[in-house]
Design a protein around this ligand. Structure first.
Ligand code: SF4
Length: 241
């Protein structure tokens, strides 16, 4: 059984085409800007079976077209890699396109097995500098970069995602480091810049947690364009979502 926080039908944001998106419960990070802070707790969520997920995907198949499919996001979906494997296996056997949106920090045999059934990994890079990464997420970035190297070795398609947070992740040297690190990765199809927003703040407050980015402004259009321009030197495609 998978522990599911929530489900989105007809999603257009997490992978190609129109998608059924499962947000799974539990995350091993605690990002300062998390928009889904209520998915972080490892306990909770609705127990959902392979059959229920397959049925839902079949119901939505007419909307998927050639590109769409099913995405597992969170939370961190690979926290539940062991329970995810039979779900992915069943979806793949029925011909569904599968994406996983992950922070990349969990890398074990279950994850390796899960990745055999995944068509595109949406890999969230929080920061290339380990200290900044720690400050932003509470964890280092070593495992994420190891997983990225594994995805390259296996030639599994990747869309990188990078949240641009003024004063935290938008330093030009950090963007150049991101570009230089991944420039030779042929499996990276594109980079998605995700502008920082405050949508997670009220959930932090609701949960009695301190939202540390209260004073952090949104990106200006100029800042987004500067980042897009700088990163375009390294990646085949850079989009601002
Ligand atoms: S990795 Fe994603 S779900 Fe986990 S805390 Fe960070 S933003 Fe939230």
């Amino acid at each position: 059984m998978l522990k599911v926080h929530s489900v989105e039908s007809l999603g257009t944001y997490d992978g190609p085409g129109i998608r059924l998106v499962y947000f799974l419960q539990g995350c091993n990070f605690k990002c300062l800007y998390c928009a889904n802070a209520d998915t972080i707790a490892l306990k909770g969520g609705s127990a959902t079976s392979v059959e229920e997920i397959l049925k839902m995907a079949e119901n939505q198949r007419p909307f998927f077209g050639k590109k769409g499919g099913v995405t597992f996001s969170g939370g961190e979906p690979l926290v539940q890699a062991r329970a995810l494997v039979p779900v992915l296996k069943a979806l793949k056997a029925h011909g569904f396109h599968i994406c996983i949106d992950t922070n990349g920090s969990i890398f074990n045999d279950d994850v390796r097995e899960a990745l055999e059934y995944v068509d595109i990994v949406l890999l969230d890079i929080k920061h290339m500098d380990d200290q900044w990464h720690h400050k932003i997420t509470g964890n280092g970035n070593t495992h994420t970069l190891e997983l990225a190297a594994y995805l390259r070795e296996k030639n599994i398609p990747v869309w990188l995602r990078y949240v641009l947070v003024p004063g935290y992740t938008n330093q030009p040297e950090a963007l150049h480091a991101l570009g230089k690190h991944f420039a030779g990765y042929e499996n990276v199809e594109k980079l998605e810049i995700q502008p920082y927003h405050e949508l997670g703040a009220h959930k932090y407050e609701y949960m009695g947690w301190n939202y540390q980015l209260k004073e952090t402004p949104m990106n200006t259009p100029e800042q987004l364009e500067q980042a897009r321009h700088l990163l375009s030197a390294y990646f085949r495609e850079v989009v601002v979502n």
